[in-house]
Design a protein around this ligand. Sequence first.
Ligand code: FAD
Length: 511
Amino acid sequence: MGKIALHWFRHGLRLHDNTPLQKAIAGCTSLIPLYILDTEYFKPGKVGINRMGFLLDSLKALDTDLRAIGSRLYVAKGDPEEVIGKFIKEHKIGAVSFERDTEPYNKVMDGKIINLTKELNVEAFPLWGHTMFDPEYLLALNNGDAPLTMTSFLRLMSEAGDPPKPIDPPKSLPPPPADSLVCKDVFIFQGVPTLSDLTEYEFNPKDYTTWFVAGEKEGIRVMNEFLAQKRRVSTFEKPKTDPTALQPDTTALSPYITRGSLSSRTFYHGLKDTLKGMKSSKPPVSLKGQLYWREMAYLIGFSVPNFNQMEGNPICKQIPWLTGDDAKALLDKWEMGQTGFPAVDAVMNQLRTEGWMHHLARHLVACFLTRGDLWVTWELGRDVFEKHLVDADWSINNFSWHWLSCSAFFHQYFRCYSPIAFFKKTDPNGNYIKKHVPILAKFPDKYIYEPWTAPKGIQIACACIIGKDYPKPMVEHQFVCQENKSRMKKAYDTSKKRDSGEPPAKKLKQN
Ligand code: FAD
């Protein structure tokens, strides 16, 4: 009997640029492609329907692609260590391959699987693939530290050079041992599950409303379509893009890159080939720069302890945010698009219905929830984003919430986004609001950002009474924003005093 290998699909839900998969198939006669739905990682109640639906659709697309080359996907449910252990024993697996991960929970799991394969004397191929570079290599290149500014990260990137070129997808795969696999005491779905199969999440499939089409083929198609617009690629600069555009003004590749349907290295080299011989914008504002932001967020998330919380996190300012029930009441209104500020509510409605918003739209609502207006802890906002985003990404999401709350990386707390003025620059007529807060659609443009200022007669004519059909603003922005700046100053002053009495945070370089 030949060797059976098991490839455990994690983030990298793709066939192209999948080094661990290639390693596994090199020496086996039969391959089990396995995805494990880990309900501890995707906790019911904490994962929204669009995020989960997009994941399942990505698995469905992967299954289709695998079937086209003589294989198929098996989807099991449970703790990966237990599931893989049982598969190894029952199916006499000779090799296990998987993509290593940078998130704390997944790092622990990596260690467990590596130990398990050692114990059971099975060959293992745990390899990096979700980032452009091996994060351990980047840390070593930077004396063990993660750069905490883009300037120092760019220096590191110039030392590192280009990331490795992506590898081609396999043309065929060794067949699985049987079409319908069983494994004692492991729950294996019949095919790829649908939202209705995941009963513990209590989803109503009607609420799956994101417009993103999942899968590797689609991710590559979207990338190629964007790259074909050479001028757009060569002049791309962020933040100079439109958060209120009704069609994404940026690539909208994040759901594919996050799910690993599109390799970040494939996108990097696609950009490089496209821009060969052309004058183009430069990092950090260019598209290559966006990939560098991603890489930097991953490296920091990989190396900074407690990066997903304020407590015990050496780079996070200690700020006395609102937490507990007081915060929860404010958070609920924010999450449900009921703040009374149409621009903020439009973004939050887009988040819940589409699972994606423009980067600057994320800026607006994250600032509003934290240091701008509501003074709610960034950790709760992060959770809401993580629940609904189809591109929910542990590293980038945590990184960005640090930034927007001025907890790390960005410290100009005296610069706040105005929930009234910000979107007027790109959308004076409020078309974005009219789309995402349809109750306000009939309001004259003049009142669209401040509907509470419309005379009663206009409110009646628009069939929307402010305070009844749509909420009044939950805070007086001008007032709370000033008050919060004073609170931020106090927190910064306190942390300065505290830091001056302590040795510098070890091993974390700032410049
Ligand atoms: P483009 O501008 O076309 O960029 C191309 C790719 O570069 C993106 O797909 C993404 O992989 C990467 N990228 C772009 N901007 C950033 C950035 N600022 N930091 C790191 N990587 C970046 N992005 C996520 O992918 N997942 C998240 O969970 C997430 N949470 C965020 C939370 C907040 C509060 C904020 C302010 C930003 C967050 N972002 C997150 C970053 C950014 O908003 C999205 O990556 C971007 O809007 C996705 O759209 P795009 O693919 O069109 O980006």
